[in-house]
Design a binder for this molecule. Structure first.
Ligand code: PEP
Ligand code: MG
Length: 595
């Protein structure tokens, strides 16, 4: 029977394939007495040798595909594998208790975990996970219970899991793993970000996903709407594969016709289209779609999923690489936005009752100059190699902006004194993503070189809807009249003070809103690289004067549904007239009579 499940679409596209259930805990560890100690040692040596080969292969693949930084985790795993102390303890237990090696290893690992947990230090949580990950690999070799290897899949599959560890996600073979269905996670969880970066259709927050989907059963993933269809009928499959084919054709066509062209409205006004990036491989994606710059580099991704802070030098290299690769285009480095739902275990940011209202972004940075200053130094030094701009997240008012600018001035002075090259007139921007910043936009504009509206957070704080809580996801409404008014108010303040105002939240990449945003006075948009060709095509069929008239009309509307209906009608009419349909129109695609 055909069954529909609903989750949160985090990476657009359609995928149809059998389910591959990805579990970590599907084996029993036997316990028995041994007599041949040497044979047991040899089994262990072989299992460790095989595990090392696996880890080295994954490490090398991840270095090539995602960059050195994302491969660090496998270096750490190799170090655990080579831990002399652990090995000695294992040998000692084997000799003393004369039980089989898998039992001994499992027992020792559990004992380690217990000790680490009893210490209750968040730094140990990540180490425990790493240790368990390595032990799991060795045990699977010993028991011949091979771990499903996401790097080597036999056939195209939809990966269904409770969650994926960073090491699992980073090692995915993107040719075969064509869709992801994850039970846990949030839009900003590691698996969601990586799925978007790798351009794999993905739906997260699918309740009971691993238990309600049978291995090998056919699954359709619709990464735009967040819909999952289990055991689709032949008819449904036909509709979705047609929609998938058309989407691919349209994407290819859009890329072909928009490539190399600036985004320009019908009345010849240019709109700056930039890319949001988290991983090094997205620089290539950004260049492939002719992004006119990086409008948001989420630098916190350099800090998460690792055991220690990146040194200033490593950060400098990473920022310089992006600046050089994008020259002559601008690159906006957003200072790290950790806290909220992006925790960095080794920084000991303890879980808070209200993390989204807590020790996050500039609040964290201002409290930790030992981390903030090298972060800014790396950015300023990199500004010698390209058009780098610095942007601060979660600015709530003037004092905070002045405080962070004072730290920039301090670091600038230190670089001057040391004779280190940097751009002395670096542009400083404020992210407008807290309602108080909108209310003070006229004041902030006087002391900022540019604004970028972070609609993801602005909507969360304005409507009091936690952006990662799936129970209230239906209340998260970009078309809420209050959101539209806030965008308008911010754009007007920017205009009055002659500074550019972009949007870098998810709304920027949703073609439903493009005309309205331009009409409200937004001059630049920054989005996941995959969305750029679609938005460029949309812009080229918009008349700015008409967009302004539309914005005036929408600003008088009182209900989100009314606003969305109007926007949808206009955008569908345009997309049909000029023969392009967008990811968010998949529903329209699927119900088209022609299919
Ligand atoms: C936003 O809040 O809209 C934004 C772009 O930043 P992030 O999603 O990283 O919080
Ligand atoms: Mg934000």
């Amino acid at each position: 029977m055909e069954i529909y499940l609903q989750g949160l679409g985090v990476s657009p596209g359609i995928a149809i394939a059998p389910a591959l259930l990805f579990f970590h805990d599907r084996y029993d560890v036997p316990s028995y007495a041994i007599t041949d100690f040497d044979a047991e040692q040899m089994r262990l040596d072989t299992a460790i040798h095989e595990t090392r080969k696996d880890l080295e292969t994954i490490h090398d693949r991840v270095v090539t595909d995602l960059g050195e930084r994302h491969a660090e985790i496998f270096q750490a795993h190799l170090m655990i594998l080579d831990d002399v102390g652990l090995r000695e303890e294992l040998t000692e237990h084997l000799t003393k208790h004369q039980r089989n090696v898998e039992y001994t290893l499992d027992m020792l690992a559990k004992r380690y975990v217990q000790t680490m947990e009893s210490i209750n230090d968040p730094r140990f949580r990540e180490r425990t996970a790493d240790l368990l990950d390595v032990v799991d690999r060795v045990l699977r070799h010993l028991l011949d219970a091979e771990r499903p290897n996401l790097a080597r899949l036999g056939q195209e599959s939809i990966i269904v899991a409770h969650d994926l560890t960073p090491s699992d996600t980073a090692s995915i073979d993107t040719n075969k793993a064509i869709g992801l269905v994850i039970e846990a996670g949030s839009v900003t969880s590691h698996s969601a970000i990586l799925a978007r970066a790798l351009e794999i259709p993905a739906v997260i927050g699918v309740a009971d996903a691993p238990s309600s989907i049978s291995a090998g059963s056919l699954v359709i993933v619709d990464g735009a709407s967040g819909r999952i269809i289990l055991n689709p009928t032949r008819e449904t499959c036909k509709r979705y594969s047609k929609a998938q084919q058309r989407l691919e054709e349209r994407r290819a066509k859009l890329l072909r016709i928009t490539k190399g062209k600036p985004a320009r409205t019908m009345d010849n006004v240019e709109v700056m289209l930039c890319a949001n990036i988290e991983l090094p491989l997205e620089i290539e994606h950004s260049r492939n779609v002719n992004a006119q710059g990086i409008g948001l580099y989420r630098t916190e991704y350099l800090f998460i999923d690792r055991d220690s802070l990146p040194e200033e030098e490593e950060q400098y290299e990473a920022y310089s690489d992006v600046a050089r690769a994008m020259t002559p285009h601008p690159v906006v480095l957003r200072t790290m936005d950790i806290g909220g739902d992006k925790f960095v275990e080794h920084l000991q940011i303890l879980k808070e009752a209200n993390p989204q209202l807590g020790w996050r972004a500039v609040r964290f940075c201002l409290a930790r100059p030992d981390i903030f200053k090298p972060h800014l130094r790396a950015m300023l030094r990199a500004s010698a190699h390209g058009a780098i701009e610095i942007m601060f997240p979660m600015i709530s008012g003037i004092e905070e902006l002045r405080e962070v600018k004072a730290v920039v001035a301090e670091v600038t002075q230190e670089l001057d004194d040391a004779g280190i090259a940097h751009n002395r007139n670096i542009k400083i921007g404020s992210m407008i993503e807290i309602p108080s910043a909108v209310m003070l936009a006229d004041l902030l504009a006087q002391e900022s070189d540019f604004f970028s509206i972070g609609t993801n957070d602005l909507i969360q704080y304005l409507l009091a809807v936690d952006r990662v809580n799936e129970k209230i996801a239906h209340l998260y409404e970009p078309a809420h009249p209050a959101v539209i008014r806030m965008i308008h108010q911010t754009a007007q303040a920017a205009r009055a003070h002659n500074i550019p105002c972009s949007i870098c939240g998810e709304m920027a990449g949703d073609a439903l809103y493009t005309e309205l945003l331009l009409g409200l006075g937004i001059t630049a948009l920054s989005m996941a690289p995959v969305a750029i060709p679609l938005i460029r095509a949309e812009i080229s069929h918009i008349h700015l004067e008409e967009a302004r008239t539309l914005a005036r009309r929408v600003l008088k509307m009182s209900v989100a549904e009314e606003i969305k209906a109007e926007l949808k009608e206009r955008h569908l009419a345009r997309a049909k007239k000029y023969d392009y349909l967008l990811d968010s129109d998949q529903d329209a695609l699927l119900t088209e009579k022609s299919m």
